[in-house]
Design a protein around this ligand. Structure first.
Ligand code: FPP
Length: 252
């Protein structure tokens, strides 16, 4: 064996890892079209990418991973594609819940559950119930989620408290609104990644993204892997976060 020193390791150190990474998993359709495959195959391969990224997140020391799996606006897609996406969610929970639980993953769901089919609601509840005491990684699945809808719901709850005489309107501030959102106990994302080259938030975590670092990567979601995640984290680690002040704060 050679005595030469090992080459410097590519990619981030565990200590660079942001506590909370959120991902807009975009480009499944374009990935499929580029290969002459149906869009459904792009989404199916997207679930495989998701499995890889959950595993990589454990390994990189990420504490919270939020994924945008179905947006409030995705209802405008053809019924067959909506059926495919719901089918994949059903299969993901049925097939992967036991191994997620074994790996110490806590599953949380954000988004609107009213109006979803009862079997989907039952699966979402089962995933949250089974994994509620796990602590290694929290996987937040944004399903039937839209940030404007989430903020409007928070406003409704607060308006009701005022109407019921339980709250003085002058007590409503940014923190009060934050605690009325879907997952107030989860810290804001440090890093938001969007794949496939698009550069927008598309109604994803708009309140929580106030000081998130945004990283846009050109590759389509089915091709996303641990190396791509490491490279996004390395980009994050090069950013200086000042949160409106003058002094840089540590990366996460
Ligand atoms: C965007 O690609 C992706 C989605 C709308 C859904 C993301 C879903 C998955 C990765 C699989 C399902 C997830 C779970 C948890 C089961 P697009 O269809 O908008 O791609 P395009 O912009 O190239 O058309």
């Amino acid at each position: 064996m050679s005595n030469a020193a090992a080459p410097a390791r590519e990619g981030p150190d565990r200590s660079d890892a942001p506590a909370h990474v959120a991902i807009i998993m975009d480009g499944n359709g374009r990935w499929a079209a580029a290969r002459g495959l149906p869009r459904a195959e792009g989404h199916r391969r997207g679930v495989e990418a998701l499995r890889r990224v959950v595993r990589a997140s454990h390994e990189l020391g990420i504490r919270y991973l939020t994924i945008f799996s179905f947006s409030s606006e995705n209802w405008s897609r053809p019924a067959s594609e909506i059926g495919d996406l719901f089918g994949l969610l059903r299969r993901f929970i049925r097939n992967d819940l036991a191994s997620l639980h074994r790996d110490g993953v806590k599953v949380r769901i954000i988004g609107e559950r009213d109006g979803l089919e009862s079997d989907i609601c039952a699966l979402l509840n089962e995933a949250e119930e089974l994994t509620r005491d796990n602590t290694r990684l929290t996987l937040v699945v944004a399903f039937n989620y839209g940030s404007r809808q989430e903020i409007a719901k928070a406003a409704q709850k607060l308006a009701r408290e005022v109407a019921d005489g339980k709250r003085d309107p002058d007590t409503i501030d940014a923190e009060t609104i934050g605690v009325h959102l879907d997952a107030p106990d989860i810290p804001d994302p440090d890093l938001i990644i969007r794949t496939s080259g698009e550069q927008r938030l598309s109604n994803f975590l708009m309140w929580q993204a106030a000081y998130s670092e945004l990283v846009f990567v050109p590759i389509h979601w089915p091709d996303f892997d641990k190396a791509a995640l490491e490279s996004a984290i390395a980009e994050f680690a090069r950013r200086e976060r000042r949160f409106g002040g003058l002094v840089a704060k540590t990366a996460s």
